[in-house]
Write a protein that binds this ligand. Sequence first.
Ligand SMILES: Cc1ncc(COP(=O)(O)O)c(C=O)c1O
Length: 364
Amino acid sequence: MIKFLDLYKQDKILHKKILKKISNLFKNGDFILGKEVQIFENEFSKFCGSKYAISCANGTDALTLALKSLNLPINSEVLLPAMTYCSTAFSIVEANLKPVLVDTGYLSSTICTKDLRKKINKKTKVILPVHLHGSVANLKEIRKIIKGKKIYLIDDCAQAHGAYDDTNTQKKKIGSTTDISCFSLYPGKNLGAYGDAGIITTNSLNLFKRLRKLRNLGSEKKFKHEFIGMNSRLDTIQAIILNEKLKKLSNNNFKRRKIANFYNQNISNPKIQKLKYSKSCVFHQYVILTEKREKLIKLLNKNKIQYGFHYPNAIHQLDVFKKSLGKNKFKNAEKLAKDSISIPIDPNLKTNDIKKIVKVLNNF
Ligand SMILES: Cc1ncc(COP(=O)(O)O)c(C=O)c1O
């Protein structure tokens, strides 16, 4: 069986150290917002090149907290791509704002800036691009579009830890180039905990201060609650795991890129379309498209190659949004939902397995 992702194998080398640290934690009882949480926040902001980082309970909360921190009027419009994980849209509704969908580019994982330009109006207060599959959205163009307007830029970085903002001439990492960046640290992500976890980065001291309180019931001092916040803290246990795994992130991203390069160069079946990824994509997923998806699935099953879907429905096609957003058409996002399939991109895939995957795809 060629596994889609083998976390046990990926992290085995770290287990001993992690277990020792957790055993010490049991003794010192530093369970909530402990020292390791602060260390992780410092190390992660250093990694991204941002001034500040605020950890929280998961990526969905990271987005919700980020949107809430802006104190926008109810039903202000937030523009997001029609193809993303449900959480991006849910966080907008959770923050009492209105999601407005924008198509993705043709054969692209990210938001179409041409369509984005058309959707901006006086009620638009936030642009929320998603670096889906690890491919970075065209932030330079988005900045150009919103220049001079009072519109915030928040990016959903849940799938792109360590990717560079290709459009930034100083070669900065994502997490340091927008008003607020939101990361999920769900186990399967490029940087993942052993449970739910998330982190937010920003260069704004004001937003940092607000976000620190917002994720802790509106409070930084015991029994002093300044506003209604969420209980969305990162566990110290997860911070211990993340501190060890962060050290391996760049190397794992390097391995992912190498595998993706091999796929790019060697998958050559006219029945398969490849996506156009950003230059510094960190390949959280490697996604191919085919109009014969059912047939390909049968073949992958027969050859014991695991696969995934990211994602089988665009946002307006989800049951929960059918009534409110379902009448609109997003051609490119719908094509992704219908034809895409994610193939293994585990950083520790063996060369023979990668070659087998390519062979199976080219013979289909
Ligand atoms: C693009 C995107 N946004 C948001 C999230 C939500 O993160 P979490 O599952 O940690 O709440 C995810 C994770 O699944 C994601 O992939």
